[in-house]
Design a protein around this ligand. Structure first.
Ligand code: F6R
Length: 607
């Protein structure tokens, strides 16, 4: 949700900003802009549309060595040139880029209008620019500090002032912000991907902190001007990991990376000699976690689907009552939480605003908080008491794929880790761990037959309504398959627990409607075959996901996509793969922009 980049150093800033914006485009892509500063002049260029539209109107020879850039996901006002960032004050001296939402912008706007300020845009960010200008008396940092005291809401900001040519002032509350440390230069970004080409040394700006950045100096203080000392940290991700590497889309690359990244996720954590799971991140809280009376798993979207799989895993392996909560609902519901509650926040980015807020809510009410997070050093990862990283590498595709399998794998490991400390026998743990260890190679086998999924997608992409059915562990996979299809191909799709179909949705089934049924071997196999027959007898076209070797299923289905056999709790790691592929190919065949789907952006840092 909006990408931020800034540069202050000795090199021309513009190419660095444009390259950073290109890497950030997955965070928002409805408009973009840059502001450069030199010899007391502020030069702002912005444009509605993709970054390529901005590039066409930029003067690429601009030599300035200080600048900020922004790629937008609109919240206040439509994506127009005027509403694009950076925003300036009336005098054109102050420029601001912002990720987040200023919640009291109406009141501030009215106040400033009464002071005679005229606004050009509908954005909350312009309010901030005007407010900073009102407080400016020759010291940008002081003016930003004063302005932020008046503001409620969330922000990650970068501010320039024409009178202070080698300075960027940045601040954050609730929106991610990092500072890259180079030789005689500093970079500012909302996301490591934007600055990886220049440095892997970073400082994470904390909530309520302000950074004063020049080429040679970086000063961090709190909003109350108390100095903050921070260590420089190393980003583990490499530049190659955030490039397409010959694939047409990041989503496809990330689908195909799953065997390798799941190996990374499992590496060093499965001890097949001792039938044990080793999770260093849980060592300090093992006793408290094992003693929990109740576990709450929370997240949004795909992460929420992974959490649902987690619920089944925890109840089966750990036998601690487990619930799954939409993070956005949980925080506003006055939930019953006490010290016997453990909350696990599931998140790829570690920056999702709703998930973060749910975590804070649980923490304040005394729960033990854990994270199953991908991005190292992200807000959620830093604010939980303990956690387990996914280690699946950067996910750039807006539609989450490898993060889902990483989240399920991590939850499976946590479940087995806790299960062994409760009632899970060494023998059952051994079977579980061996099955988990086999998953990466099994995913590879599914990917080797990816063409089958493409063929199925080809047949049905003209249908505007799809159903996805699953039972047990595969019910969340049905939800995930439907979400994947709708978010990138704009086909309407609904996921359901298969037995629920007869309680209403069955009315939707008509001749030729595609119904994807996850019908792998397991306790509910016969029941799901019955559900398939109900669909068939009403003319629905069945695409079954079945276990290799199941010859019977072809009699009930129009198409069968096979996955290797595994134990039921781990089936989601395999059954989701053909569904990711169907969604991808359906979107490509329909001519949709897979990596930049309509109205979406990666990492939802606003409520
Ligand atoms: C769907 C998707 C979203 C995210 C959700 C949570 O493909 O990507 O539904 O899963 O916004 O994001 P994280 O995991 O970053 O908290």
């Amino acid at each position: 949700m909006c990408g931020i980049i800034g540069y202050v150093g000795n090199r021309p800033a513009l190419p660095i900003l444009v390259e950073g914006l290109r890497r950030l485009e997955y965070r928002g892509y409805d408009s973009a802009g840059v502001a450069l500063i030199d010899q007391e002049n502020l030069c702002v260029t912005k444009s509605a549309g993709r970054l390529s539209a901005l590039e066409q109107v930029l003067d690429h020879s601009m030599p300035q060595t200080t600048g900020i850039g922004h790629t937008r996901w609109a919240t206040h006002g439509p994506p127009t040139d005027v509403n694009a960032h950076p925003h300036t004050d009336t005098s054109g001296k102050i420029a601001v880029i912002h990720n987040g939402i200023i919640e009291n912008d109406r009141a501030l706007r009215t106040y400033l209008q009464r002071q005679g300020v005229t606004f050009k845009s509908e954005t909350d960010t312009e309010v901030l620019a005007q407010l900073i200008a009102m407080f400016y008396e020759g010291d940008l940092e002081k003016a930003v500090r004063k302005a932020l005291r008046e503001v409620s809401g969330t922000y990650g900001i970068g501010v320039l002032c024409a009178d202070e040519p080698n300075v960027i002032v940045a601040a954050r509350k609730g929106s991610p912000l990092i500072i890259g440390v180079g030789k005689g230069e500093h970079l500012l970004a909302s996301d490591a991907a934007a600055i990886l080409a220049h440095t892997t040394q970073v400082i994470y700006v904390g909530d309520g902190e302000i950074a004063h950045i020049t080429p040679d100096e970086l000063r961090l203080t709190t909003l109350d001007a108390i100095p903050v000392a921070k260590d420089v940290q190393q980003i583990e991700w490499s530049l190659e990991q955030i490039e397409l590497a010959g694939y047409d889309h990041f989503m496809l690359k990330e689908i195909f990376e799953q065997p390798e990244v799941l190996e990374n996720c499992l590496r060093g954590r499965l001890d097949q000699n001792e039938n044990a799971i080793r999770l260093g991140g849980l060592v300090d809280c093992t006793k408290k976690l094992t003693g929990a009376k109740r576990i709450i798993l929370t997240g949004c979207g795909t992460a929420w689907h992974a959490a649902l799989v987690g619920e089944y895993l925890f109840e089966e392996l750990v036998r601690i009552p487990t619930e799954v909560e939409y993070a956005s609902e949980f925080r506003y519901r006055n939930p019953v939480i006490d010290e016997g509650t453990a909350l696990i926040a599931v998140s790829q980015s570690g920056e999702t605003a709703d998930t973060h807020a749910a975590l804070i809510e649980a923490k304040q009410r005394g729960a033990l908080t854990l994270g199953a997070v991908n991005v190292v050093g992200s807000t959620i990862a830093r604010e939980t008491d303990a956690g387990v990283y996914l280690h699946v590498g950067p996910e750039i595709g807006v539609a989450s794929t490898k993060a889902f399998t990483g989240q399920v794998a991590v939850l499976a490991m946590i479940a087995c880790f806790l299960g062994r400390r409760k009632h899970l026998s060494p023998c059952a743990a051994a079977e579980f761990i061996a099955a988990l260890a086999a998953i990466p190679k099994q995913i590879k086998r599914i990917l080797d037959t990816a063409e089958e999924a493409r063929k199925v997608a080809q047949i049905y992409t003209d249908r505007e309504n799809w159903l996805y059915l699953g039972r047990g562990y595969n019910y969340p996979v049905a939800l995930e398959g439907a979400l994947k299809l709708k978010e990138i191909s704009y086909i309407h799709a609904e996921g359901l627990p298969a037995a629920e179909m007869k309680h209403g949705p069955i009315a939707l089934i008509q001749e030729g409607m595609p119904v994807v049924v996850i019908a792998t071997a397991g306790r509910q196999y016969d029941k799901i075959i019955n559900n398939m027959m109900q669909v068939r007898s009403r003319g629905g076209s069945i695409i079954a996901i079945a276990t290799e070797g199941d010859r019977e299923i072809a009699k009930q289905a129009d198409h069968v996509l096979y996955v290797p056999d595994t134990i039921e709790p781990l089936q989601p790691l395999l059954t989701v793969i053909p569904l990711q592929l169907i969604a991808y190919h359906a979107a490509v065949i329909r001519g949709c922009n897979v990596d930049k789907p309509r109205n979406l952006a990666k990492s939802v840092t606003v409520e």
